[in-house]
Ligand binder design. Structure first.
Ligand code: ATP
Ligand code: MG
Ligand code: MG
Ligand code: MG
Length: 562
């Protein structure tokens, strides 16, 4: 492709509203443009990059025995009403109606559509197992779309669904998908972990997430430093909503009185064991969380409160103290002294914490742990327990560490949740009607693009792995007025294309400085510069990743690149 014929609108300045590297670089290098909040156009370079990722996904899906379909994004409300998710999915589901007043949803996911489809067309056990997948646009009205493609409201997902007659058959498909996902993310060059997760709102039992390790990840994972054990500490996407609670306010008043209370009193008040009166209480009022630190006798050394055995002071922490205890900046605390991130965790964690820690916690307020990442994880099948960084791993091998992760993929054993709800059945060998046993498997394709950009960059721009890069080679004639340079660049462009290289030719009449900066920013693996020595048939080859440069005779170029 000649650069004059495509659109790569690079930016010199740093976009003000992009605060992570991948978002900044994808904007600056002209890969994406925002159309609305959480809604992006994939410019020509991003489109090619996505195609490369999708190619890898398609190959691995095919190997795993999945056939590709393309289902509609526009989905009749009736399907969602059948599964019940029309009522439970909440505001993330984009809803609309047609000119006749019929309700529709824009697909946030496709369990309903596929279950209904398979139910119509697969009546006999003889046609099972069956796995179908698609690569398609999804819509979710995220509360906080951010980080560019990482959390969009319109994004590209690969979603696969499998249908079975037995749990063993589902296990097999799940394992195949696990392998396919491992291959896909390895081929993308990503540093990732497969982690145990909680099945949350979608239902089902076994589920794992594929997490790209990154400090900007929104999830926290706990993993063993010497085995494969890894789990998401997010406690499931609890859909339960908390009402504004006068109970909570009263509880708050009661505990926040200047009188010091003993742990025994607090535990009586909360109806929990004294040893469970750990370092904090979080109350949900209106739409904020209010935190009260309880100084207790629990072994919680991460906030340095274990000294006062039975000293039992309950107090409202001021911002400085809270920040110091939580090891974060005062600026990151919200108006009531709760860190931004904690609010998110609190919401997810409340239910599980309440059940596991509080048992008979009173209606309207809840005891939860303010630093979930450090204190608990979910094990397989969601047995709940506290865990600290440095603890022995639950599998007995190694020590627990915590890291941040970006969820790029998620595999689930759904069981019969959807087929039961939607009355989707096949006939078994004895002519008996049974619910399909199902699995579902998602990959955030556009999120994966961003995650790769997040892991592959340097101070000058993007540094794509060669199988993901939009082109392999960038040919840059330095001076478009120099006939020898232009001719050599053209000659090499044709030569490389004839030899199955994907090539971008910078035929713009720009200053050399601009061309080189843009070239680094775009991040193709190899740059070939046709400069002053073009008349001698000599070009300069630069390896983007290492910065290595060497001069090469044009006759030797092909051999060098192959
Ligand atoms: P998250 O926890 O990040 O909100 P999710 O668990 O809601 O993701 P799934 O329902 O498991 O997402 O969807 C499958 C995959 O789709 C996810 O693993 C992720 O890679 C991708 N994905 C989900 N939401 C978004 C989004 N808003 N923007 C981009 N990709 C997304
Ligand atoms: Mg989500
Ligand atoms: Mg998730
Ligand atoms: Mg998920």
């Amino acid at each position: 492709m000649r650069q004059s014929m495509t659109l790569i609108p690079t930016l010199r300045e740093f976009p003000a509203d992009a605060d992570i590297k991948s978002h900044q670089l994808l904007l600056r290098a002209g890969y994406i443009r925002q159309t609305a909040s959480g809604v992006y156009t994939y410019m020509p370079l991003a489109k090619r990059t996505l195609d490369n990722i999708e190619k890898i996904i398609r190959e691995e899906m095919e190997k795993a025995g999945a056939a590709e379909v393309l289902m509609p994004a526009l989905q009749p409300a009736e399907l969602w009403q059948e599964s019940g998710r029309w009522y439970s999915y909440g505001e993330e589901l984009m809803r609309l109606h047609d000119r006749h007043g019929r309700d529709f949803a824009l697909g946030a996911t496709h369990e309903e559509v596929i279950t209904s489809l398979v139910n119509d067309d697969v009546q006999s056990y003889k046609r099972l197992p069956l796995t179908l997948f698609q690569i398609q646009t999804k819509f979710r009205d995220e509360q906080r779309p951010r980080f560019g493609l990482l959390r969009g409201r319109e994004f590209i997902m690969k979603d696969a669904y499998s249908f079975h007659t037995s749990a063993e058959s589902l296990d097999e498909a799940y394992d195949k998908m696990y392998k396919a996902y491992t291959n896909i993310f390895n081929r993308c060059g990503l540093d990732f972990r497969a982690v145990l997760a909680d099945s949350g709102a979608i239902g089902g039992k076994d589920t794992q997430e594929f997490m790209v390790l990154s400090d900007i990840g929104e999830d926290t994972i706990a993993f063993s430093d010497s085995s494969d054990y890894a789990a998401n500490i997010e406690m499931a996407e609890v859909t339960r909503k908390y009402e504004k609670s006068s109970e909570a306010e009263r509880a708050l008043e009661k505990i926040a009185t200047p009188d010091q209370k003993t742990i025994a009193e607090v535990s009586t008040f909360l109806n929990v064991q004294p040893e469970n009166c750990i370092k904090s209480l979080v109350f949900k009022t209106d739409d904020e969380y209010v935190m009260i630190l309880v100084r207790g006798d629990h072994e919680v050394n991460d906030i340095k409160v274990k000294n006062e055995l039975n000293a039992t002071i309950v107090e409202l922490a001021d911002h400085e103290e809270t920040a110091a205890l939580l090891n974060c900046s005062v600026g990151s605390l919200g108006p009531v002294g709760v860190p931004e991130k904690m609010k998110v965790y609190a919401d997810h964690a409340v239910e599980a914490m309440v059940n596991a820690v509080c048992g008979a916690n009173e209606e309207g307020f809840h005891l939860i742990n303010v630093v979930p990442g450090r204190d608990f994880i979910v094990e397989k099948n969601a047995d709940f327990r506290f865990i600290m960084e440095g603890d022995p791993s639950p599998d007995g091998e190694g020590t627990i560490r915590f890291a941040r992760g970006i969820e790029v993929g998620h595999i689930f054993k759904l069981g019969t949740t959807y087929s039961d709800a939607m009355n989707a059945k096949y006939l078994d060998e004895n002519g008996k009607s049974r619910s399909y046993i199902m699995g579902c498997y998602g990959i955030g394709v556009s999120r994966t693009l961003s995650a790769i950009a997040e892991q592959f960059n340097d101070e000058n721009g993007l540094v794509w792995p060669s199988n993901i890069a939009p082109y392999h080679v960038h040919i840059v004639p330095v001076n478009m007025k120099d006939q020898a340079q232009v001719e050599l660049a053209d000659e090499l462009y044709d030569l490389l294309k004839d030899n199955r290289f994907e090539v971008l030719l910078d035929d713009r009449a720009e200053r050399p400085g601009v061309k080189f900066k843009d070239s680094d920013l775009i991040g193709l693996p190899i740059r070939i510069t046709a400069g002053k020595k073009s008349s001698d048939g000599i070009v300069e080859v630069k390896v983007r990743k290492t910065g290595e440069m060497f001069e090469v005779e044009k006759t030797e170029l092909l051999q060098l690149l192959q």
